[in-house]
Design a protein around this ligand. Structure first.
Ligand code: CA
Length: 264
């Protein structure tokens, strides 16, 4: 019974969350992949020869690695020169209420080689640029970090959040890597769509268990009449035996020598 109620509540919670999509799916890439996101490239851009992967990386610089989306953007090899800003990124749709929306994201660039451009990061909302950061030249074996942030009012409905990264150079094995993590939406536009907390269902009153009548204590069994202690069997005290007849004194010297002596 309890299990069935719990399942119903969970289904209700997730059902509401899934239908409203109030907030980004997999905003911190903790699924280990790009679930919830759709990738794209610019006309002559690439996201990297190895594709986009999710790897542990300290994108926000707090000393702790967290799963982050990793790109290696640039102009796709083989496309005609001169190079333009090329690359790509990812986006997803989100349903919002009317109100204020704040978007933020942690970004970083890293290279073991050094490069003229770590990447231009752009944050777009419904296709419009709302914030950007250009890492520019990046030194040998260095990690550069920044964050994107924008806050504005939105109307109720479905909107698109997009991150675009680009560089003016060809992408190759020695190109710098771009990282994105903790894409976050907050504000009243998100809060208003958050599912109402569902109160715990009141469990039906549990009838008090019938208390079985306490059985009357059984009358104590009458104490058995105590038999008189059996008399100790009388042990006949043996009469002291009467003294025997006094021993007759044997006259000394009853032998032949004595008789001879008395005769002398
Ligand atoms: Ca993460």
């Amino acid at each position: 019974m309890r299990t069935r109620i719990l399942v119903t509540v969970l289904a209700a919670v997730f059902g509401v969350a899934a239908s409203a999509q109030a907030g980004l799916i997999n905003a911190g890439f903790e699924t280990g992949d790009l679930s919830g996101w759709t990738t794209f490239t610019t006309a002559d851009g690439t996201l990297g020869g190895a594709g986009v992967v999710v790897v542990p990386f300290d994108t926000d610089g707090d000393g702790v690695a967290s799963k982050s989306a990793r790109f290696r953007v640039g102009k796709r090899p083989g496309t005609p020169t001169p190079p333009a800003l090329e690359g790509g990124g990812m986006y997803q749709s989100v349903t919002l209420g009317a109100g204020t929306l704040a978007i933020s994201a942690d970004i970083a660039a890293w290279t073991p080689w050094g490069n003229l451009d770590g990447g231009l990061f752009e944050l777009l909302f419904d296709g419009g640029l709302v914030d950007s950061h250009d890492f520019g030249p990046i030194a040998l074996e260095s990690i550069e970090r920044a964050s994107l942030f924008a806050s504005f009012d939105v109307t109720a409905g479905t909107h698109e959040v997009r991150l675009r990264m680009s560089r003016p150079w060809f992408e190759g094995d020695m190109s710098p890597l771009q990282f994105v993590d903790a894409v976050s939406l907050s504000g009243s536009a998100v809060d208003d769509l958050s599912p109402e907390p569902i109160p715990e269902p009141t469990p039906p009153p549990v009838p008090a268990p019938e208390v079985p009548p306490v059985p009357e204590p059984l009358p104590e069994p009458p104490a058995p009449e105590s038999d008189p202690l059996p008399l100790e069997p009388s042990v006949p005290v043996p009469e002291p035996s009467p003294p025997g007849p006094a021993p007759v004194a044997t006259p000394r010297g009853s032998g032949p020598r004595a008789r001879a002596a008395r005769r002398a």
